[in-house]
Every structure is written in structure tokens, then in C-alpha cells.
Design a protein around this ligand. Structure first.
Ligand code: NCD
Ligand code: ZN
Ligand code: ZN
Ligand code: ZN
Length: 448
């Protein structure tokens, strides 16, 4: 039996009263009634009784955030993160839906393995989870992965997840064709391995970052764009770090191309690597300050399609190894929203853009038509945000197993107060209130 076909025992109704509700592009004062996991009504006043009520005075109601790029790990990597800890981190960060990457142990490289992951996830998740699948050479398997519910085919250019000769354009063309045939987008980690220079001894994280310069991204983006022109499939560029990549990729509504930026690449620069070492080591690495500033401007201007966290947890023990042996990646689910709300409060990012980048656009990009907007009939995924609440990034308080962050100590203003998934409160004021199983496994093309 597939996981989503299990009947949810009659869900209690929930009434959120007197919130500032973000509807498409403005806020209205009113109430939201969620019944059977769906938004039933949004109105100035709702007086029907509900099983549970939340008085949301002073809070802003937003559609639940959607993170299209996370690494929940689990399976044989539970020591880094598991479905429960990772989705608890998501809930605390305001993310009601996350899409998990396939570079796990075992990797998500067949329909069978995707279903195994989904089965295991269904009992353990607090927010909704969908899966990306690895690029493989076998076209029939791509179809099978699509049938199993995959949201995209992930092509990891520096080092393919499943064995593929990615130096050869014909291999890439075959992957793009298989994805097009299965009506799936290709998600790409665009760094050209030939441009990653592993020469000499690497003693510092700064030297390590110096081996992966922007030209590796530029090369990979231009190569993929050139091949995409021949094939015409949909391509999503993960975590791009250069303003020039954003311009090359352009607007997804016209060309079937989309771009993703992360909070760390738009808010941090190489200076952090020098100061923090392993805590600021991820791939692609952080860029010079002027590049970071322009990337943030591109994002704020609406030229990037989405924000994703690339939540990539590792243990501190692994991270503290000598630079060349330290795994790249930082947790991001619990820092993204407070950081971006702080930017809104500082007047550097509009509220409308924030909702679009973190919810509406990722939902529509990955075919989650019933998510990403607060409106009647939509899924009961929403958050209540306190724009005034001040805080400080404290990795000790993370629900993620990865208790480190390059943002440690940053002062924030604006916080997620309550997270609601499928109509039930899974996070409230610093505490996880949901249970493993509150979230659903999402299958591409099928309404959860
Ligand atoms: C990711 C991971 O650890 O899985 N690491 C990272 O630095 N971003 C892999 C990736 O997304 O490239
Ligand atoms: Zn990547
Ligand atoms: Zn990643
Ligand atoms: Zn409260």
C-alpha cells in the first residue's frame, strides 16, 4: 500500500481568530477555519465552533513555507539527521513542506528505493515531505522514479550520485531527455568538476574555498544552458552563488528555467570562512563580499526564482576534521525565516517577495498547486509569524541534530510563532507539538 493512501482518522477542526492574513499581495484582518486538513473559510468573522482555537492577535498568517532543497539524511545517515529531527527543524523554521535530496545511503536512485524511503518517512515526519531522485543512466528507471512520486531528477555535477560519465555531453543530453520524457524537471548542482582544483596541500578552509571558484559555476551553468536549448526540458539550478548565473538563467515562466538562492550565499561572504572555518564550509562555497551583496540585490529584485535552505547537516566531529576531509554543508531550516524576516524588518526585502520566494514560487515550481497560497480550498499548511519578536541564533536550541551555524549569535527580529501542517499545530512558541506522522509523504502530481 502506498503511504498516502492511509486514511487519516477524522482530523479536528481549527479556527485561527483575528490574524493579519496575507492573501496574495496584501494583509486583511480576519479568521481562518481549517477543517479536514484544508482551509475551509477565510473571512472577517467566523463564528462556527471549532475543536481548537488560536487567538492570533498581532500575528501575521502566511502560507506554510516550502523548502525545495533539504537533506533529511535518515536511512544509514541517521547519525547526521533523521526524518523526525529534520522535519522538527522544518516545523520550527516555518517550513510545512520540504523536498529531500537523493544523496543518501543508500541513494534514492530507483523507484524501489524511493518507495522504501517514503514508507520509512511516512511514520516519522512532522511536516510534508517529497523526494527528489538521482540522475541515472537507465531511462526506464527515470519513469519508474516518476511513478514512485519523484519531484525531480537531481544531477550532481561535481560527483554524480549514481555512476554517470558526466564529462561527456551525450550523458547529460540523455539525462535531460529522460527527464523530459518523464515530465520531470532536472535539478542541478552546477559546479564543473574540471574547474575544481585539488592541487597541493590544503591547510585552511580559506584555501579549500579557493579550490572552488566562481568560474566552476559559470562553466557548469553555461554548459547546461547550451544543452538545455537542444532538449527543451525544465531545469532548476540549485544554490546559485553568482549574480551572473541569475542573469544567464533568466525568468522561469518564459524559458522553463529556474534559479535558487540560499540564505547563506546571500547573507554571508568569504570573510566568514576566515573567521569561522568549518562552520562556514559548504558547497558551492561562500563568495567575496561584493558578489554576495549583488546576489542579495538580485534576489530582492525578484530575479531569483526561489529561496531554498540546502539544509545539509553533518556531525560537528566530522566537520572538525582537517579542511580537505571536512564534509561541506550547514543546517539551514531553523535560521532561514528569522534571518529573512530580519531583512524585511530592516527594509531590505519586501514582505511580498519573501512570501513568494519561500512559499508561493517553490510550491508552484514543483507542482504543489494546493500549497503556497492562503485561500479557501488550499491545504491546511500555514504559519503565524510575530514580526516584532527579537531573538538570537542559538544552534544549541536547534531541533536538527546539527548544532552549529555560521549565523550563531546573529540578532534577529521576526520569528515563526506557530506552524500548522495539514490543519494541526506541529510547532508552537519554541516547542514541537506535532507527532511523527503529522506530515504526509507527497507524490509529485498527486494532491496530498
Ligand atoms: C550537501 C550535502 O552535504 O549533502 N552539501 C553542501 O555543502 N551543500 C550537498 C550539496 O547540496 O551540494
Ligand atoms: Zn548541491
Ligand atoms: Zn544540497
Ligand atoms: Zn501564542
Amino acid at each position: 500500500m502506498s503511504p498516502e493512501s492511509e486514511e487519516t482518522p477524522s482530523l479536528p477542526s481549527l479556527l485561527i481568530r483575528d490574524a493579519h492574513i496575507w492573501t496574495e499581495n496584501r494583509t486583511i484582518r480576519g479568521s481562518i477555519l481549517i477543517e479536514k486538513g484544508r482551509i475551509q473559510r477565510i473571512a472577517r468573522k467566523i463564528s462556527v465552533p471549532a475543536d481548537e482555537e488560536i487567538l492570533a492577535q498581532g500575528l501575521v498568517a502566511l502560507p506554510g513555507l516550502v523548502d525545495a532543497h533539504v537533506h533529511l539524511r535518515d536511512m544509514r545517515l541517521v547519525y547526521k539527521e533523521d526524518f523526525t529531527s529534520g522535519t522538527s527543524a522544518a516545523a520550527a523554521g516555518g517550513f510545512t513542506t520540504v523536498l529531500d535530496m537523493p544523496n543518501t545511503l543508500p541513494p534514492t536512485d530507483s523507484g524501489q528505493r524511493l518507495l522504501e524511503k517514503a514508507r520509512r518517512a511516512s511514520k516519522n515526519i512532522l511536516v510534508n515531505v517529497g523526494f527528489h531522485a538521482a540522475a541515472v543512466g537507465d531511462r526506464a528507471e527515470v519513469k519508474t522514479m516518476k511513478m514512485a512520486g519523484a519531484f525531480s531528477i537531481k544531477l550532481y555535477l561535481p560527483k554524480p550520485i549514481a555512476p554517470l560519465d558526466i564529462g561527456d555531453d551525450l550523458t547529460i543530453v540523455e539525462v535531460l531527455k529522460a527527464a523530459r520524457q518523464a515530465s520531470l524537471p532536472v535539478t542541478i548542482h552546477a559546479e564543473d568538476s574540471a574547474q575544481i582544483e585539488r592541487t597541493g596541500e590544503i591547510r585552511t578552509f580559506k584555501e579549500l574555498v579557493g579550490t572552488r571558484l566562481g568560474k566552476a559555476e559559470t562553466r557548469a551553468v553555461s554548459r547546461i544552458l547550451r544543452l538545455q536549448k537542444q532538449i527543451g526540458c525544465r531545469i532548476h539550478f540549485c544554490h546559485v552563488t553568482l549574480p551572473s548565473s541569475i542573469s544567464m538563467i533568466g525568468n522561469w515562466r518564459s524559458g522553463g528555467l529556474s534559479s535558487e538562492v540560499t540564505p547563506h550565499h546571500t547573507l554571508l561572504s568569504e570573510d566568514s570562512v576566515e573567521k569561522l572555518g568549518w562552520k562556514a564550509w559548504m558547497v558551492p562555497p561562500l563568495r567575496p563580499r561584493h558578489v554576495r551583496n549583488r546576489l542579495f540585490s538580485e534576489m530582492a529584485a525578484g530575479n531569483a526564482t526561489i529561496i531554498a535552505t540546502d539544509h545539509a547537516p553533518h556531525t560537528i566531529k566530522e566537520k572538525r576534521r582537517p579542511p580537505a576531509k571536512s564534509p561541506p554543508g550547514i543546517p539551514g531550516l531553523e535560521t532561514a525565516m528569522p534571518l529573512m524576516l530580519t531583512m524585511v524588518n530592516k527594509g531590505k526585502l519586501s514582505f511580498r517577495r519573501l512570501v513568494s520566494l519561500l512559499s508561493t514560487s517553490p510550491a508552484s515550481l514543483f507542482g504543489l498547486g494546493s500549497k503556497g497560497r492562503l485561500r479557501e480550498g488550499a491545504d491546511g499548511d500555514m504559519i503565524l509569524v510575530d514580526m516584532k519578536k527579537k531573538g538570537e541564533i542559538d544552534p544549541d536550541k536547534f531541533f536538527s541534530k546539527a548544532h552549529y551555524s555560521p549565523f550563531e549569535g546573529w540578532k534577529t527580529q521576526g520569528a515563526v510563532h506557530i506552524t500548522i501542517v495539514n490543519g494541526s499545530v506541529v510547532y508552537s512558541n519554541g516547542e514541537i507539538t506535532g507527532k511523527p506522522g503529522s506530515g504526509r509523504v507527497l507524490r509529485n502530481g498527486i494532491r496530498g
